[in-house]
Ligand binder design. Structure first.
Ligand code: AP5
Length: 211
């Protein structure tokens, strides 16, 4: 099963990918997580990516295409995977197609810009394991502490309101056209990213994937 999760920043791609990949027994490949790890480790990719990420802009296609191609070669991808946050431009989608990757479904999580701006101010992320929470919608058992590993919960550098608005503008300009790209290939499915609960969105996705 090879699936792409599309959607604006904060639509819930990472939250759903964590649950769905466990349910299907396949890994999630998140370019956002890979880039944040590279920034933390100070690798050449991280050094190149940091200024783009801090400004809410996309990291250049050639960097992304390179790290994704390398990741998809790993043995854990043999049975399939969920791509979270990639492709994000037509050039990235075309590179995957040119490499012969065939997807089963492209799930687009739909949510309004206003709902995202409101939601992002409450996101908290574990500094140690990367688990994602929301102070109101998905709170940890103990404030500021990760349920999974006890790590400290932090605010992502790019979650400031003005940066979120910049990321949304980039999404509409660069990434939203991918919906038409995958619609033409008969792969696009739209799911509400703003259902009353995370579980309802998960159930809708699993149903679409026939799981
Ligand atoms: P990336 O990390 O991919 O960020 P993003 O796509 O902007 O998405 P987010 O991680 O912000 O949101 P999400 O949809 O995963 O939502 P989440 O589940 O956390 O990319 C970061 C940066 O890296 C980019 O700006 C760019 O610079 C660079 N980059 C990455 N990939 C790239 C690429 N391919 N090409 C070029 N550059 C790239 O949920 C959000 C919040 O909502 C959380 O608090 C969560 O708890 C809560 N929540 C989730 N679901 C629900 C629900 N149903 N109801 C209520 N609250 C919910």
């Amino acid at each position: 099963m090879k699936v792409i999760f599309l959607g604006p920043p904060g639509a819930g791609k990472g939250t759903q990918a964590a649950i769905v990949s466990k349910a299907l027994g396949i890994p999630t490949i998140s370019t956002g997580d890979m880039l944040r790890a590279a920034v933390k480790e100070g690798t050449p990719v991280g050094l190149k990516a940091k200024s783009y990420m801090d400004a809410g802009q996309l990291v250049p296609d050639e960097v992304i295409i390179g790290i994704v191609a390398e990741r998809l070669e790993k043995p854990d991808c043999a049975k399939g995977y969920i791509l979270d946050g990639v492709p994000r431009t037509i050039a990235q989608a075309q590179a995957l197609e040119d490499a012969g990757v065939k997807f089963d479904k492209v799930v687009s999580l739909e949510i309004s810009d206003d709902a995202i701006v409101k939601r992002m101010s409450g996101r908290r992320v574990c500094a140690k394991c990367g688990a994602t929470y929301h102070i109101v919608n998905i709170p940890p058992k103990t404030e500021g502490v990760c349920d999974k590993c006890g790590g400290e919960l932090t605010i992502r550098a790019d979650d400031k309101e003005e940066t979120v608005r910049d990321r949304l503008a980039v999404y509409h300009k660069e990434t939203e056209p991918l919906k038409a790209f995958y619609q033409q290939r008969g792969l696009l499915c739209e799911v509400s990213g703003n259902a009353p609960s995370v579980q309802e969105t998960t159930e809708a996705i699993l149903k679409l994937l026939g799981a």
